[in-house]
Structure formats: structure tokens, C-alpha cells
Design a protein around this ligand. Structure first.
Ligand code: G6D
Length: 349
């Protein structure tokens, strides 16, 4: 494991980069600012380890990171309608940091703050443990929430396991995810349109024009949302389905994972890479990078749409306003716990 101070964000936030490489050459780099994953080196079918996630070239860009590349997002990932919610007898107002709604934990949330970090090195695995105290009233959320996020890299298998834990001294809402953009071509050789995806889900959540869930659970049958068999990301981009057109020609939708045991598999035939995602979460937001294009550059290239795809394992967005969704309410003294495992393999032809 390597650890090095890589600079300051916001002039006074000392950022440390941690790099863990296992015996095969599988390598994860992450930093204590937002628990951001900056690099994942995974093997193609020829044993070539190349970067399979989007990341910036400079530390300053992570200070902005308007698209949350690689970041842990919370207290509540996704949108909360009109930046307000009722919990018990209380009404809470949280920042409307995206037009008239709240998104991804607010102005700083979890993604744009420094976490404490410790490293636990073992024979079988290396764990980086990030902790953060989100104080009562931070971003308008109630209660002192103690968060712990662990990244565990196995020595024998090319696997990253992320566990999120939290406990709060008041009733609050918690729904945390990692917002990495995957691109299995390796070092951005291609976009993700030809990536093939399988999600064991029969239902997705309809969105309104503000990309908020309407509350309707829609069957995927006979639509480009049916990923129960492998389907190309391009299918949603090329589709005229009102929901794919609405979100900018692609996907930006939550899929419900029955029994919290959904398996998600992403592959890219050209490189032969395969990513298997297993989660304890009740949903996954599939975002195909429809609005990625911007001024940022990566490895000298202008960032373009569909350069990466997010598989944000989490509870459904805005569930505080939809009692029929799995809940994101965390009662005083209860433990919030969620685990997602990312296993990188190669396609066996
Ligand atoms: C866009 O609608 C999408 C979100 O789902 C995503 O998280 C964000 O960009 C980075 O707002």
C-alpha cells in the first residue's frame, strides 16, 4: 500500500492518495477527499491492466467535481423533491442545489469533505477505513451521524468491497452510494455505448421532467429497460422511449432489486473485461453519462457524453416522499449498513 499527500483542496484541505495493488496487478487508488476512487486498474483478456474508471488529471478538478466522479455521495444520494421533508413531527429544509430540488447530499455532502482514514493491511486483504462525523444540522439534516466507509481489496481476487455504516443520535435519513463512472475499454479507448449490461430487475422507477421519481413502478417487459438479458447501453441512447429521451437520450433511472440480492454484470467484448456487482441494496441507479460533456478534460481528452456508466447501488431516490418505496429513514441508535462488491473478471469466450 502506498500513501502520499497529493495537495490541498480549497486551499486548506490536505488530500492523501492511497494506492493498493494486489498480487495480480489489480490496483485501486482513492483519496480521503470524498472517499473518491480515482483509478481502478483491471485486466483485459490479455492480462493488460488498464484504468476502468473516469478520473481527473488534477486535484483542483476534484475540488469542483460537479459530476461526482468516483465520490461517495450522501447523506442522501439522488434527488429530494423541493429540498424539504417531514420526519415525525419535524419538517426539515435542505439545500436546493439543483434548481428547485436537493441532490446528492447538498453543496458539500459527503463527496466534497475530508474524511479521516486508516489503513488495515492483512495477508488476505487490505482495507482503507474512512470515517466522518456529519454533525447535527449539516446540510440541514438532523442528528449527529457517524459514518464509516471501508474499501477492501482482496489480495488473491480482483475484487473491491465497499461497506457503508452509520449511526445517528436522532431519527434521520441516510442513503449512500459510490458514484464511480465505469469504462471497461481501458484508459478511455472507447465510450460505453457498446458495453453490455445485465441487471436482475423487473421494475424501474418512472421519472418526471425534473428527474424525480413519479412514484410509478414500471415493468421493464418489452422495453429497452429490460436488462434481464444482456443489452447494449446504446439501445437506450438510440431509443425513442419517452423516458430515455427525457433524461437526455440514455438512462438515468433507478431499478428495483428484488430481495436486495440483485446481481449486475457489465461487459465489454472488445477488451473482454467483465464487472460483476453484488449488493445488499434495494435499488441501483443506472446513469449512462448522458450529461457528462463539459469543459473538463481527462488524459488530455475533452469529456464527452457516454464516456462512463454509473451503477449507483442505493435505496430508491426521494423515498422520503414515497412511503411505498424501501425506506431511507434511520431511527435513533439503529445501524445503517450497506455492502456492494465489485469483482473484475474477463469474459470466457
Ligand atoms: C445528472 O441526472 C444525473 C444524475 O443522476 C447524476 O448523478 C449527476 O448528473 C452527476 O444530474
Amino acid at each position: 500500500m502506498q500513501k502520499k499527500l497529493i495537495g490541498l483542496i480549497d486551499d486548506d484541505q490536505p488530500v492523501t492518495l492511497f494506492t493498493v495493488k494486489n498480487k495480480n496487478g489489480f490496483e485501486i487508488s482513492c483519496m480521503n477527499y470524498g472517499c473518491v476512487i480515482t483509478k481502478i486498474l483491471a485486466s483485459d483478456r490479455r492480462g493488460q491492466y488498464e484504468n476502468v474508471v473516469l478520473g481527473f488529471d488534477t486535484i483542483e478538478e476534484y475540488g469542483q467535481n460537479a459530476k461526482y466522479l468516483g465520490a461517495v455521495v450522501g447523506r442522501v444520494a439522488g434527488r429530494i423533491k423541493r429540498g424539504t421533508f417531514r420526519l415525525g413531527e419535524n419538517v426539515y429544509n435542505i439545500p436546493k442545489n439543483e434548481k428547485n430540488n436537493h441532490i446528492h447530499g447538498g453543496a458539500k455532502g459527503f463527496s466534497h469533505v475530508l474524511w479521516d482514514a486508516t489503513v488495515l493491511e492483512g495477508k488476505e486483504e487490505t482495507t482503507i477505513e474512512f470515517t466522518y462525523l456529519s454533525e447535527d444540522g449539516e446540510e440541514g439534516y438532523p442528528g449527529n451521524l457517524e459514518m464509516k466507509v471501508t474499501y477492501t481489496i482482496l489480495n488473491e481476487r480482483d475484487t473491491l468491497s465497499i461497506t457503508y455504516k452509520g449511526i445517528c443520535d436522532r431519527d434521520t435519513v441516510v442513503n449512500v452510494t459510490n458514484h464511480s463512472y465505469f469504462n471497461l475499454s481501458g484508459n478511455l479507448q472507447r465510450d460505453v455505448l457498446d458495453h453490455e449490461l445485465m441487471i436482475e430487475s423487473s421494475t424501474y422507477l418512472e421519472l418526471d421532467e425534473e428527474f424525480l421519481p413519479t412514484g410509478n413502478l414500471v415493468p421493464v417487459d418489452d422495453t429497452v429497460f429490460d436488462f434481464r438479458k444482456f443489452r447494449k447501453i446504446a439501445d437506450g441512447v438510440d431509443s425513442v422511449h419517452p423516458q430515455t429521451v427525457l433524461v437526455g437520450h440514455g438512462y438515468d433511472h433507478p431499478f428495483l432489486l428484488e430481495d436486495n440480492s440483485g446481481t449486475i454484470v457489465l461487459t465489454e467484448k472488445e477488451s473482454g473485461r467483465k464487472l460483476i456487482v453484488e449488493t445488499t441494496e434495494s435499488a441501483v441507479v443506472l446513469y449512462s453519462g448522458n450529461n457528462l460533456a463539459g469543459s473538463e478534460t481527462m488524459r488530455g481528452e475533452q469529456v464527452r457524453n457516454y464516456l462512463g456508466v454509473c451503477l449507483e447501488t442505493q435505496g430508491p431516490p426521494d423515498s422520503i416522499h414515497h412511503p411505498h418505496f424501501p425506506s431511507s429513514i434511520l431511527l435513533t441508535g439503529n445501524e445503517y449498513k450497506s455492502t456492494t462488491i465489485y469483482s473484475f473478471e474477463v469474459i470466457i469466450d
